[in-house]
Design a protein around this ligand. Structure first.
Ligand SMILES: CC(C)(COP(=O)(O)OP(=O)(O)OC[C@H]1O[C@@H](n2cnc3c(N)ncnc32)[C@H](O)[C@@H]1OP(=O)(O)O)[C@@H](O)C(=O)NCCC(=O)NCCS
Length: 271
């Protein structure tokens, strides 16, 4: 299955305090945005929405001017998992969002609206974490992997394992309601050889869940950030949505056609 990804930073988003700076949000989203009282949450939410809308627009070959982006909305399901809508109708995509310290990641894949494939992505900053964090949140086999890593690698493998857990918990639509030790990450033996320079170079991972299912996924790391993407069905290595390219990389999505045809016919998915 093909999964695509897009990363955006604060610098990519229209400034918040200028006239029309939020025109790419819908009226309802603007109302919600204005209820967010904490500056960090507000900035994270706005950046996550921007990144997801740009990914959805590009993926579905929709226009990207602010009013067109305002027609794309992302609302949480009761679980908290993000769901995409275009002109108030469910969009034939699965998305997952992560944001941290001025960077947001969105993973996106074709998905019939009535099926909903399982997709999760996460980005984590590579930073020191305590022994207590490892003891509390990681399964014994993950703790062995961490203990075996060199001091130089420790922060990166911790970020990587944590990120893969969060991706799986998002794909399960549970988040931290589940015990993080109930999802166990497996990496290939050469995990530390990940190439930092190529945006399309991802390394494989698996996450084994306590309910018996296994998510297949991918990770890639730059100097300070680790990203992971997991999905079911198993995804191919994630493909970067190249916003500078003028051609469509995702699913054909014509709003007029969609209105005239049954959901099932239009939302047929290429896997
Ligand atoms: C999912 C979760 C682990 C992500 O936490 P995080 O690492 O701090 O944050 P990230 O930036 O990586 O991801 C946040 C995004 O995850 C997504 N998300 C939230 N809950 C989700 C869920 N149950 N399933 C899938 N995705 C979820 C959202 O899109 C969210 O961004 P948004 O709120 O701006 O739309 C965490 O939010 C969680 O456990 N949520 C479920 C538990 C819950 O609902 N707690 C009460 C919250 S009020």
């Amino acid at each position: 299955m093909r999964v695509y990804w897009l990363e955006q930073t604060e610098a990519d988003v229209p400034p918040v305090h200028v006239p029309q700076g939020n025109d790419w949000l819908s009226a309802e989203e603007t109302v919600h945005f204005n209820t967010l009282r904490f500056a960090k949450r507000s900035a994270d939410w706005r950046l996550g929405r921007w990144t997801a809308k740009r990914a959805i627009a590009f993926f579905l070959n929709l226009p990207v001017h602010p009013q067109a982006l305002a027609n794309i909305e992302i609302w949480p399901a009761p679980s908290g998992a993000p769901e995409a809508f275009v002109e108030n109708a469910p969009a034939p995509v699965a998305i997952s969002i992560s944001h941290r310290d001025g960077t947001a990641l969105c993973a996106i894949a074709s998905s019939p609206v009535d099926l909903g494939l399982d997709l999760g992505c996460d980005l984590e900053i590579i930073e020191p974490r305590s022994e207590a964090f490892v003891a509390d949140y990681f399964a014994p086999e993950e703790q062995v992997l961490i203990a075996r890593s060199s001091p130089a690698e420790r922060a990166r493998i911790l970020a990587l394992l944590w990120s893969a857990k969060e991706s799986a918990l998002k794909a399960l639509r549970e988040g931290l309601r589940l015990d993080t030790r109930s999802v166990i990450v497996h990496l290939s033996d050469d995990w530390s050889c990940n190439d930092l320079s190529d945006p399309n170079r991802w390394s494989p991972l698996q996450v084994q869940c306590s309910d018996g299912q296994t998510f297949h996924g991918w990770w890639r790391s730059t100097m300070s950030i680790v990203r992971t993407v997991v999905a079911n069905p198993p995804p191919d290595p994630p493909i970067l949505l190249d916003l500078s390219a003028g051609f469509r990389q995702g699913e054909s999505f014509d709003i007029q056609t969609r209105r005239q045809t049954t959901k099932k016919a239009v939302f047929a998915v290429q896997r």
